[in-house]
Write a protein that binds this ligand. Structure first.
Ligand code: FMN
Length: 203
């Protein structure tokens, strides 16, 4: 049974939502961001994503406003782990990233326990689908968002600070807020993205 709301406009509406979404840099995301009920809806939208064997191969951590100083400490320590000679300016830039965007989440991929029918790549596919649901739902709420990663996420200090368990990887941050400017990127056309398959002898 199809649970989609009975609306002749649903196809047009969903395409309009998807094609009008653009990432906005965390630097350009200001308050207000989604409130508690809106954030709950975004997370539940993420939870609607495809998930082979229902492994829930990801989790989200919210960085509350009260923890931004602690996150700045983590970014600075992660930088010093990678670049021990980093000067005050570089350390300040690393810290500054902790204060961007009113809502900040960390997406964590869960790669263990292994499942014989679900290769690791499918867990990242599931996480990507979940994050896209979240981005689209945020866009539908009138906010903008962006996924960002960076070298800090792959440092031992970062993994310790975020309590990552065995088999977990910090995938990216999700920043959400009100956009102060949008850079519209050119989208590829369908023919750049799809081709008809032909068996080897006919290629
Ligand atoms: C997992 C992941 C991590 C990303 N990390 C960064 C990043 O650190 N810095 C950046 O400029 N873009 C990053 N991007 C790309 C942006 O999130 C965004 O997708 C890209 O700028 C294209 O914009 P669009 O979403 O409007 O097409 C990342 C994308 C993904 C999927």
């Amino acid at each position: 049974m199809n649970d989609a709301p009975a609306s002749p406009d649903l196809a047009a509406l969903s395409l309009a939502l998807i094609t009008s979404r653009h990432s906005v840099s965390p630097k350009r995301l200001v308050a207000p961001g989604p409130g508690a009920a809106q954030l709950q809806a975004l997370v539940e939208a993420a939870g609607c994503a495809p998930d082979h064997e229902l492994l829930r191969p990801w989790r989200l951590l919210r960085i509350a406003d009260t923890q931004r100083d602690a996150l700045a400490d983590v970014f600075e320590a992660a930088l010093l782990e990678r670049v021990p000679e980093a000067d005050a300016n570089a350390r300040g830039m690393a810290r500054e990233k902790a204060y961007r965007a009113p809502v900040l989440l960390l997406a964590v991929a869960r790669l263990l326990p292994a499942h014989e029918d679900v290769p690791e790549s499918e867990r990242y596919v599931a996480l990507g689908a979940a994050l896209q649901n979240l981005l689209l739902a945020a866009h539908g709420q009138g906010y903008a968002a962006m996924l960002t990663s960076g070298h800090a996420l792959r440092t031992a200090h970062f993994e310790r600070a975020f309590g990552l368990r065995e088999g977990e990887r910090a995938a990216c941050f999700v920043s959400i807020g009100t956009p102060t400017g949008v850079k519209r990127r050119q989208r590829p056309s369908a023919h750049e993205l799809i081709a008809d398959w032909a068996p080897p002898g006919l290629r």
